[in-house]
Structure formats: C-alpha cells, structure tokens
Design a protein around this ligand. Structure first.
Ligand code: MCA
Ligand code: AMP
Length: 501
C-alpha cells in the first residue's frame, strides 16, 4: 500500500490524486476565484474582508504596474513586511507575473538584508519600512532596484500578456536558509513544489472553502506563507491575518471570526496553554503544530484543556511540508506522523538521517551547485534531521546532524552568532549552543573562552544587538576558562552544553 494512503479522505485512492493538476499556483488560485468570486478570502484589521474577486482584480492591477515598470518573469522581488491584505495582493501579483519572491524576515538588520540583496540581485523590493528600503538600495549599489511600499504605488499599465502563464517547473520562491551548513543560501522552490505541498495539505487536513484560518505567523517563512497563505488560496478558503502573536489577540480573532483552523509553533501553543484559556479553542475544527518539536506533555495538556487533538507535522524550507499526523486515525504525541501525499521518505543507512523525495522537494540552492550537490544523496534530499520509524510507519525526529538551534520556531545558526561575537577583544573563542527552555523550546546561549573584563557581557550583547536580528541574540553569555575540545582541537558542542546546563 502507498504509505501516504492513510492521509486520503474516504473514497479517494492514491491513483485519484493529481497534485500538479493545476500546474502552478495561479492555475489553482484563479480557478478558485472564478468558481466563487464573492468568497471572503483575506482579512486584516485595516481593510476587513476582501473577496476572491477583489483579490483577483487587485493582484491583476499590481501585476500590470510591475510589468509596466519593466519586470519580466524570472526576476526577483524581495518582500519584507508585516502581514496585511496589501502584502498578500503584492505577493499574489508577483507570483501571477512569474516573478520569484524572496520573503525576508522583518527583524533582519542591515548586514542580514545586504547578504540577501547581494546574493539574489532582486530588481524590486516591497517593504513597509523606509530604513529597510534604504539598506536594500545601498546593498544593490550601482544595480538599480525599485523600492516600493506594500501599496505598490507606481504607474498603472495594461494586463501583461504573460499573466498567469507560469508552469510547474518555473521558479516561484527563493527562500533564504542556512541549510545544513554555511552562510544563508537561497532555496529555489518551483510552482510545482509549492502547489504539490499545498494540495497535499488540502487533502490530508480536509481543508475546504468553509475553513477560516486565524494566522498570526509571519508571511516571510514557509509556515505562514507556504502553509497558511498558499494553503488557504489553494483550498479556496479564508484567512484572517494578524500582525504577530499575542494570546489575547489570537483568541479574540478566533472567537470573533469563528475560526475553524489555527496553526502555530510550539512556543505559541505553550503560551496558549499557560494562559488558562485553552477552553476558547474548543470550536476549532483543527489545530496544527510545527516548525519545532512539540513536547508530548504539552500535546496532552492541550487535548485536556481544549478538546483539540493537535496534528503535529514536519516541514522544511527546502521541501515545504513532508510528514503529518493523520486527520483520521491516531494522532500520536511525540511523533510527526506519516509521509504526506506524494512524499517518499527513508532513513539513511548507518546515520538514520531523514531522506526525502517528492514533487515538493526543491531543485537546489540559488547559484550554489556545490552546496546543492552536497545536500542530495543519490537523488534523495538529505534533511540533516535524524529520525526513527515505529512499526506503523510513524516518524519521530530524534536529533539533528546539522548545527541548528530552533528558538520559538525561528532557526538560529550558531556559526553566524559566533562570527559576530568573535569580533570582541576579550573573546579567545566562542561556542553558541541551544539549551532546553520552557518558552522558546531552545534558548540561545553564548559560551565564551576568555577572561571577562568589567563590561564584557554588556559589550558582547551590544555587538549582538548591532549585528543580529533580535531572535538570534544570546539570551545569556557564560564565560569559561576553556571550551571542551576533542583531540583535533575542535570544540565539542555536546560537552559545551553539559558544561553550562
Ligand atoms: C522574538 N524574540 C525571540 C523570538 N521571537 N527570541 C528568541 N526566539 C524567538 N523566536 C525576541 C524578541 O525580539 C524580544 O527581544 C524578546 O525575544 C521577547 O519577545 P516576545 O515578545 O516574547 O516575542 P514575540 O514577539 O511574542 O515572538 C514570539 C513568537 C515569534 C510569536 C513565538 O518568535 C514567532 O512568530 N515565531 C514563529 C516563527 C516562524 O514563523 N517560524 C516558522 C519557520 P527584545 O527584548 O530584544 O526586543 S518555517 C519552518 O520552520 C518550517 C518550514 C516548518 O516546518 O514550519
Ligand atoms: P527551516 O529551515 O526553517 O525550514 O526549518 C526546518 C527544520 O525545522 C527541520 O529541518 C526540523 O529540524 C525542524 N522542524 C520542523 N518541524 C518540526 C517538528 N514538528 N518537530 C521537530 N522539528 C521540526
């Protein structure tokens, strides 16, 4: 039996599943808009609801302006803004035009933004902050980059001839991630990658036009964008955007809009559980957790307090969504479930590293053939995560081969933080590690070899504040006489954790 058959709605067989039938994201979305033009589609607090028809017309108009400004398919557009209807319209316009969207975290500082601009050479930037716009223009240097606000207030133009003309192999999103090693690289995802994953989730989670998602996740990472927004548009459903997560705001929106769906990272679920207001989630049809491990005890606490049996799932920037607990059948705490429709999964011999194949798996890193070659083993994508399968095929993530800290659902690469801190004169060497933490899941800690001066800790934190987005900054600095090293002189991170735990 196909391992993912367990995800399919009753009456549907694997042979009936055609994840790429619509060919591209616009192929899927425009069919939904035409089928029900009056459907309330996207909501924010400034504009209220816009219908499917309004989204179609507004994104068409913005696509006309972008084409009039000279943008052609394949050119990159960097988008960095808080969630809003305007942002969604700009994103959808770029996707319909065949532009490649680079979603960038709004918390990035100049160094982080400049790296992306230099690497990806975007022709257009959509930002909601003037300073970020100036950083982008400065990093672009002599190469011209058009910087606009989320309203894309530039002259109108006619409908471009190539509107909605992309196919499944055409690139859609360039998402920056450090991958298993090295400096941030752009993972290039095609329309087929994103569409197949959104379709798989639509089937597996029974996502229907009647669903209403409350979404406090940012739209600059795959969880909010590839799952929350694209999933909504592919299902012809409705999404209520929030500008961030806060317990009272989220619960208020869920109640006011009679939401049926809520997706969050474990830190959000843990804050909801601590609020004592889990009961307010009772009317949801489905709650989902992902991006970082959800503790089995928290999973059970949520079930007891809300009646919701959460679905935990596993995804990655490079592959969108891979594995999920099933909608029908056992949702097992401590596991991420079974491969999603279309996904093949196996564990590497000897290391148990999770390997993936499927229409959701990206084709490579932007202009990094070597990094791309390293991450594919005999045609399988090596995730850097280590897994174990139980007798029923449920996957448990038991470790990571890559050096990565996941704090509140955001990825922090120790090497990047270490490089920023090494600039300080008191630092002989530094190891950045993640320690277990009740709110963040893992907390970023810098362990410094060197003799501390009177202002060392404050100086180091100031360096971090100047060079790193807030979520990457160490929450604590610990000085040690010597970092633990192996016979080759290499710092042993596991021993560093034991040293400061
Ligand atoms: C904010 N801070 C953080 C984090 N977020 N520090 C560490 N880790 C974080 N995740 C900083 C703030 O800037 C602030 O710093 C201080 O910590 C306290 O902030 P607080 O108000 O508590 O934070 P918040 O604004 O409430 O944010 C917490 C959050 C947020 C809502 C959990 O981090 C968040 O939205 N996380 C989700 C990220 C996400 O979308 N991940 C999906 C990646 P200061 O005091 O200096 O100002 S996609 C992915 O992983 C794959 C594909 C997948 O499987 O989904
Ligand atoms: P990103 O690079 O932001 O796409 O993060 C992907 C990584 O998040 C994966 O490689 C996993 O290490 C981790 N991850 C995502 N979902 C889960 C989950 N449910 N449990 C444990 N780790 C997860």
């Amino acid at each position: 039996m196909t391992p993912w058959a367990a995800h399919l709605p009753p009456g549907l067989a694997p042979d009936d599943v055609h994840l790429l039938a619509a060919a591209s994201l616009p192929g899927s979305w425009t069919a939904r808009w035409a089928a029900d033009p009056a459907h309330p589609t996207v909501h924010d607090d400034r504009e209220g609801w816009i219908t499917a028809d309004e989204l179609e017309h507004r994104s068409r108009a913005v696509a006309g302006r972008l084409a009039h400004a000279g943008l052609v398919p394949g050119e990159r557009v960097l988008i960095s803004a808080a969630a809003s209807v305007e942002l969604v319209v700009a994103h959808v316009a770029a996707i319909r035009l065949g532009l490649v969207v680079i979603p960038a975290n709004t918390g990035y500082l100049e160094r982080e933004v400049a790296h992306i601009v230099t690497d990806a050479a975007p022709s257009l930037a959509v930002v909601d902050d003037e300073e970020r716009g100036r950083w982008i223009a400065a990093a672009a240097g002599d190469r011209e980059v058009l910087v606009v606000g989320t309203d894309v207030a530039i002259p109108d133009g006619p409908d471009p001839a190539w509107l909605d003309g992309v196919g499944s192999d055409d690139p859609a999103i360039l998402a920056y991630t450090s991958g298993t090693t090295g400096s941030p690289k752009g993972a290039l995802l095609s329309h087929g990658n994103l569409l197949s994953s959104a379709e798989a989730l639509r089937l597996a989670w029974r996502w229907s036009p009647d669903d209403r998602l409350v979404l406090p996740l940012p739209l600059f990472h795959m969880h909010g964008l590839g799952v929350g927004l694209h999933g909504t548009l592919t299902a012809g459903a409705s999404v209520v955007l929030r500008r961030g997560f806060e317990v009272a705001d989220t619960l208020g929106a869920i109640g006011e809009h009679q939401a049926t769906l809520f997706f969050g990272v474990p830190t959000m679920w843990s804050r909801l559980a601590s609020s004592g207001r889990l009961d307010e989630l009772r009317a949801l049809r489905l709650g989902v957790s992902g991006s970082a491990p959800l503790a089995a005890a928290l999973h059970e606490e949520i079930t007891a307090g809300s009646g919701q049996r959460l679905i935990e799932r596993y995804g990655m920037t490079e592959t969108v969504m891979n594995v999920s607990n099933p909608y029908d059948g056992d949702r097992r705490p401590g596991t991420v479930g079974l491969p999603l429709p279309g996904v093949d999964l196996r564990l590497a011999e000897g290391t148990d590293e999770i390997l993936l194949q499927g229409p959701n798996v990206f084709s490579g890193y932007w202009q990094r053939p070597e990094a791309t070659a390293e991450t594919f083993v005999d045609g399988w994508f090596a995730t850097g995560d280590v897994g174990a399968l139980d007798g029923d095929g449920y996957l448990r993530i038991v470790g990571r081969r890559k050096e990565l800290i996941i704090s509140g659902g955001y990825n922090v690469y120790p090497r990047e933080v270490e490089d920023v801190l090494r600039a300080h004169g008191d630092v002989i060497d530094v190891a950045v590690v993640g320690l277990p933490h009740p709110d963040w899941g893992e907390q970023v800690i810098a362990v410094v070899e060197g003799a501390p001066g009177p202002t060392s800790e404050a100086d180091l934190l100031a360096l971090a504040t100047a060079g790193l987005a807030a979520y990457k900054r160490p929450k604590r600095v610990v000085f040690v006489e010597a970092l633990p090293r192996n016979a080759l002189g290499k710092v042993v991170k596991g021993d560093v954790v034991d040293q400061v735990r």
